[in-house]
Write a protein that binds this ligand. Sequence first.
Ligand code: ADP
Ligand code: MG
Length: 325
Amino acid sequence: AHVDTLILDKTGTLTAGRPELIGIETFGQLPEDDWLALAAAVERDSEHPLAEPIRRAARERGLSLADVSDFTASSGRGVRANVDGHQVIIGNRGMLSDAGVDASALTEERTAGYESKGATPLFCAVDGQLAGLLAVADPIKEGVAETLQALRAQGLSLVMATGDGRGTAAVIARQLGIDDVHAEVMPDQKLALVHAAQSRGHKVAMAGDGINDAPALAQADVGIAMGSGTDVAMESAALTLVSGDLRALLRAVLLARATMRNIRQNLFFAFAYNSAGVPVAAGVLYPVFGVLLSPMIAAAAMSLSSVSVIGNALRLRHRKIDRPA
Ligand code: ADP
Ligand code: MG
């Protein structure tokens, strides 16, 4: 059976993977530059796409970054480390509550404005106190909506699975016309989503770029990593889209389907020659028509079957796969 379900991570696949800082707010006593420098120091060693705009903001302000110790990354939540004797945390609400930080100042209204723009609010806490908010927007890649439409036209059901917050995920999904959205999912929940679809009898492709996607990429019938993403994602996946471009995924689907069609045609050629030739050679026509297969014609038929198969397979080279047939 064909792959009929495509689960997509939000970052790198769907969005450009080059997030921009669109807002910064300070809570508490620490001046903005101070907590931003601490946050950027923690993010210095992070390979998450959300880390880059934070490092860039600190660079643009000419802030110097102190040394970091005890760095830990919580997949799907955020990062933490000791910087200059301070315990610094940066991540989502779950990251704050795990660390017991009082986030009551962060009302839903406070972050709804960013979420409604499809931006992700990140929070920074220093020594257990909420210090600031960074709103990071990763715009949808050009042409993605059209590519998703073409994938849907190939009969794929699209599902979005992201560690990002519900509000942000819903806005991005709506812009892309995806109505099956799973937000705030941890890596094991991405894996569980793949499992669940498979146990309902679906053939599942999963596209992702992060460490958090790796278990799901390995479990999927076809795991598709983005070349722009992490190494572990590429190692877990069957297929890597080197350019990280979703249009390449559409091409891969169209090429795979054209190849399967071609294989079925080739099986027909191989069986047709043989199922006609073998009984004749065995003498089914002899009693009535006196016809037997001369070895010369049998050899020619044998070769013709190979020539037809190879000739048909070579047609794939000229198949246009930039768009559906
Ligand atoms: P996705 O599934 O969309 O790729 P992740 O699971 O990688 O998302 O991350 C989920 C959320 O965890 C992010 O939206 C962010 O709030 C938080 N997060 C993860 N890593 C970091 C980091 N290095 N810095 C700040 N926040 C992070
Ligand atoms: Mg990701």
